[in-house]
Every structure is written in C-alpha cells, then in structure tokens.
Design a protein. Structure first.
Length: 128
C-alpha cells in the first residue's frame, strides 16, 4: 500500500486521473501495471475522440493479459502519449509518469466523484 499519490483521483478499474489546468490526464495505477506484468502494447484513441465515463477508450496488453482501459470521466481526447507506442514498458517503470491520454471533461464534476487515494487503497485492501 501507499504506492498511490495523494494528489490523484482513482477509479475502481485502476486508472488514475490528475487535473492539469482545465484538462484531466489519465493513466493506469501501480496496482494495474503490477497485475498486468510486462506491458508490450498500448492502444491509444485518436485525438478528438469522445470518451464516456466508465466506458473503454483503448487496450493495454502485457505478456500475461489484454485489458481494456476505462475513461474516468466523459469528454474529448485532447492529447495521447504517443511515446507509449514506442516504449509501452514505460507504464511498468513509472505508471504515474507514463500518462496515456488527456481529456477535456464535458462535466468537470465527474472528477470529484472519483476515489481519493485513501478510498482507492481501501478498495485494494478489500479486494485481496
């Protein structure tokens, strides 16, 4: 426990979200990358694509599994981390630096409904 920065919000699907001005930057948590193992591929949406809270926006593939990526909130994709196409293993090295997409939220209040670090760690503890 304690691998989850307190300045981020989290989803039950193991994505993190961080406010960056009016945008929200999204990635996968330490727990997610640990459960996946060595990440070999990240499927990114197109810039301008609409995403819906709780719906899949892409795929992350490891040597063990293929998992969907779920949007923590609804909005429009404003940037994608193209570096992950070249170096998907960056997600394993530092999942909080290796962001995946940036979203312009259509409803900023959705961010406040996400889990804080303490609630996310409680979720992890009860899942074991």
């Amino acid at each position: 426990m304690g691998n989850n920065p307190g300045n981020l919000k989290y989803t039950k699907d193991h994505e993190w979200a961080r406010k960056d001005g009016g945008k929200i930057v999204v990635g996968v948590t330490h727990h997610a990358q640990e459960a996946l193992g060595d990440v070999v591929y990240v499927e990114l949406p197109k810039v301008g694509a609409a995403v819906t809270a709780g719906a899949s926006f892409g795929v992350i593939e490891s040597t063990k599994a293929v998992s969907e990526l779920f949007a923590p909130l609804s909005g429009k994709v404003t940037r994608v981390n193209a570096e992950l196409s070249k170096e998907p293993a960056a997600v394993n090295k530092d999942p909080y630096a290796a962001w995946i997409i940036e979203i312009e939220p259509s409803n900023a209040a959705e961010y406040d409904g996400l889990l804080d670090a303490a609630a996310y760690e409680k979720l992890l503890a009860t899942a074991k």
